[in-house]
Design a protein around this ligand. Structure first.
Ligand code: FES
Length: 357
């Protein structure tokens, strides 16, 4: 950044940030007045349909703790779209995100197939509570699919600590061997960290290697893989169904359990029963399917509410509900009262509602 500190404060009233950014980007693609931008330095294939992007952030990109997420905004066919990913620091002010192409996912498709060296991404503030567990108890990290990315960030950071680490067990589920990420890096970490054990579990591989396991999570398998279950601080990350299953198995069986899903639970849209959503500020009245996640339903009607993670963690999509009954996709309850803070991404309309939008 060319302009910093007191000089920037003095110039602020005189500067239009958009105009500054337009001209500054001709000098350097990540030079900006205040936008947090990161340049793609390298791209490597990590697993099937999965790439790791190595990024150099500008000084406006905030810090993040290992295990947290950031919103990544890209422009796809002229439309700005945001999704969240779990970054890792790589040292020398470089960070990495690993992205799996999701069916129908415009951002993940662009990041995995089109994004290349030199491209610039916008990086939002960090969010999420699944940061470094205490060093006083064993860690149990349970991941499925892309749920490995926050675990990898925790492990990379743990490897830099200059303190003895407690026992760390990583249980990593994937469909097949080709879907496993960070193969060599995990082996190297396990070789460097005597307290780390890595268990790979494959659900759709017909022939297993000696160090691999099969089977979906159940109590017998968990107790076989982690004998001292009761002592563990468990962190769980993966698709909603996987996280719900593992959370049910672990709660009460381990010392602590924290879980994050990177997808929403299956929702039951009430077919044939559209409801009216009134947007109080704009006056628009939209018809959306009852039971559909409100953020997605509003987007399908051309609205662009602010959002980040789309999974109920970052609070970016919070808005007020002024009237009507809404459902909570994560907690499962219904709310009939007007309320000041409702997350659009994990809420549904159950009757006609009015939003403070
Ligand atoms: S978009 Fe993050 S909580 Fe809704």
């Amino acid at each position: 950044m060319l302009v910093a500190g007191p000089l920037k404060r003095m110039l602020s009233p005189l500067v239009n940030p958009q105009v500054f950014d337009f001209w500054a980007s001709h000098l350097s693609p990540t030079l900006s007045w205040e936008r947090p931008l990161a340049k793609v330095l390298a791209r490597r294939v990590e697993a099937r349909d999965t790439v790791t992007l190595v990024l150099r952030p500008n000084r406006h990109v905030g810090g993040f703790a290992p295990g947290q997420h950031v919103s990544v905004t890209v422009s796809v066919n002229g439309v700005r779209l945001t999704r969240s990913y779990s970054p890792s620091w790589l040292g020398r002010r470089r960070m990495a995100i690993t992205v799996k192409k999701m069916p129908g996912g415009k951002v993940s498709e662009w990041l995995t197939e089109c994004c290349d060296e030199g491209d610039v991404l916008e990086i939002g503030p960090a969010f999420g509570d699944m940061t470094q567990p205490s060093l006083e108890r064993p860690w149990l990290l349970v991941a499925a699919g892309s749920g490995i990315t926050p675990m990898m960030s925790l492990l990379r950071a743990a490897a830099t600590l200059e303190r003895p680490l407690p026992p760390i067990a990583l249980l990593y589920w994937a469909r097949t061997r080709a879907d496993l990420c960070f193969g060599r890096e995990l082996d190297q970490l396990a070789a460097r960290l005597p307290s780390l054990t890595v268990q790979r579990l494959l659900t759709r591989e017909s022939v297993l290697l000696p160090e691999e396991h099969s089977g979906r999570p159940d109590e017998t398998l968990l107790r076989a893989l982690v004998p001292d279950l009761a002592a563990q601080q468990a962190y769980v990350c993966g698709p909603a169904g996987f996280v719900a299953t593992v959370r049910t198995l672990l709660e009460g069986a381990v010392a602590t359990c924290q879980a994050e899903a990177f997808s929403l639970p299956d929702v039951s849209v009430v077919e044939g029963q559209p409801v009216q959503v009134t947007l109080a500020r704009s006056g628009r009245v939209l018809s959306v399917p009852a039971g559909a996640p409100l953020l997605a339903a509003l987007e399908a009607r051309g609205e662009r509410p602010a959002h980040g993670c789309r999974m109920g963690i970052c609070n970016t999509c919070v808005c007020g509900k002024l009237a009507g009954t809404t459902g909570d996709l994560l907690g499962g309850g219904l709310s009939q009262e007007p309320m000041g803070a409702m997350k659009l991404c994990v809420s549904t309309a159950r009757t006609d509602i009015t939003l403070d939008l």
